[in-house]
Design a protein. Structure first.
Length: 435
């Protein structure tokens, strides 16, 4: 899901390869003849050799087993490094990287270790999925999500002078965790986000809710679904913890599931309504909802970007642009940082809204890489009439990369060519004064 760090609900920050690639991952299932980089560890090579020729679910299960073995053996950092290495050689792993990082984060958390400690071991790899998995696992283990729990979970990252990017990852992960906690009952999860005390925090949390709603509906083998159901390595027959050491998660998940049985069932997606669930929600949730909605549209229409663009035209006035920003995010995930394909896919949008597709795409470039090089390079290639909006969008993302004004200013000045209005657009997006 993408939510602007500078202006909640109007920009972009979190979802690249998860939701956007869900319906398309089968196309990418082969490893494409690629190989591992020089210096790959023995563990990464063993995983690659065993798993790369398998198909679909078997391949995912194989890689997850190796990654979680590495997690148990060496910790979060080495497991994420192994994933990054294997993704170089297997395109399907790259396409599902966010799913694998969720699995690592879910398995890394244990109630015996302070939440902040485990959370801080994650990285931004593959759209920061590890952070989100830790939050999900925390809620399942704790079995509580009252107002105090919700407000305090990310409090340490808000009170301390920390990069706002990390605070966003916690809040976004909070949305994922609440959705799981309430058995993927989306309205209840959104109400949980409403406990947060300011709009930026709430919008960041809403984004995680909508992303989890789509992920759970379209990827039933997502590790988060297995965690909720208490599947995988849990308690052994003797009542003790299994290999992964998360028997406590199984107990909490069972108790939580019993507690939500009384809720009215919630239908995650509807094939006959490409705008559902946005079409049935209160206005306060629509910014975040429409920033994720094209992932649902693409699931229903088997990845037809042009068809999703047509559906976006039917979005309510005031949210139409956000629907095209969402489409750009999905285009980014589908094209995996290939600028030529990105231009072709966004080109399927009507010219009136095409710049908003570019906005979603370049913002997601920043989210995926935590750098701006690919995004600025793309902006230089779009039609001249769309460049100002494109540079402004990248400038907005600089707020998540740099806490200091000097870093943001240097990026804008170094990247923006003539005319001067492009530099000014970047500075404006980065909330900096223009000389």
């Amino acid at each position: 899901m993408i939510v602007s760090l500078s202006e909640p609900g109007t920009g972009v920050v979190v979802a690249s390869r998860t939701a956007s690639a869900l319906a398309l991952v089968l196309v990418l299932a082969g490893c494409g003849g690629r190989s591992l980089p020089p210096g790959a560890s023995a563990e990464a090579r063993a995983a690659f050799e065993e798993c790369r020729s398998l198909q679909h679910d078997e391949k995912q299960a194989c890689y997850e087993r190796h990654l979680l073995d590495e997690l148990d053996r060496a910790g979060v950092g080495p497991a994420l490094e192994m994933l990054e290495t294997v993704a170089v050689g297997d395109l399907s792993v790259e396409a599902q990287g966010h799913v694998y990082t969720h699995a690592i984060g879910i398995e890394a958390y244990s109630p015996e270790t302070p939440f902040e400690e485990v959370f801080s071991e994650c990285t931004v790899l593959f759209q920061s999925g590890c952070y989100h998995g830790v939050v999900q696992s925390h809620f399942i283990a704790s079995g509580a999500a009252d107002a105090e729990q919700v407000v305090e979970l990310c409090g340490p990252f808000e009170r301390e002078p920390v990069d706002r990017w990390i605070l966003f990852q916690c809040l976004h992960g909070l949305g994922h965790g609440l959705t799981m906690y309430y058995g993927h009952h989306l309205p209840m999860a959104l109400e949980g986000c409403d406990f947060l005390t300011n709009d930026w925090n709430r919008q960041s949390c809403y984004g995680g809710v909508f992303m989890e709603n789509v992920v759970n509906a379209t990827d039933p083998h997502h590790p988060a679904s297995e965690l909720l159901l208490g599947e995988g390595d849990g308690e052994g027959e003797d009542g003790g913890e299994g290999e992964a050491g998360h028997g406590a998660h199984d107990h909490a998940a069972m108790a939580m599931t019993e507690g939500i049985e009384a809720l009215e069932p919630w239908e995650a997606l509807r094939a006959d309504d490409p705008h559902y669930p946005c079409s049935v929600l209160d206005e306060q949730y629509l910014n975040a909802c429409y920033m994720m909605q094209t992932s649902a549209m693409l699931w229903h229409n088997e990845g037809d970007i042009g068809g999703a663009a047509t559906s976006c035209l039917d979005a309510p006035e005031g949210w139409r642009e956000l629907c095209f920003v969402s489409l750009g995010r999905d285009v980014s995930g589908r094209t995996v940082l290939d600028p030529d394909e990105g231009l072709d896919e966004c080109g399927k949008s009507p010219e009136e809204f095409r710049e908003w597709c570019y906005v979603g795409l370049v913002k997601n470039y920043v989210d995926v890489t935590a750098t701006t090089g690919a995004a600025f390079a793309f902006c230089r290639r779009v039609e001249p009439w769309a460049q100002v909006r494109c540079y402004e969008a990248v400038g907005e993302q600089l707020l998540g990369l740099y806490a200091d004004e000097s870093g943001r200013r240097e990026e804008c000045i170094a990247a923006a060519p003539e005319p001067e209005e492009l530099e000014q657009a970047c500075l404006r997006g980065a909330r900096l004064p223009i000389d």
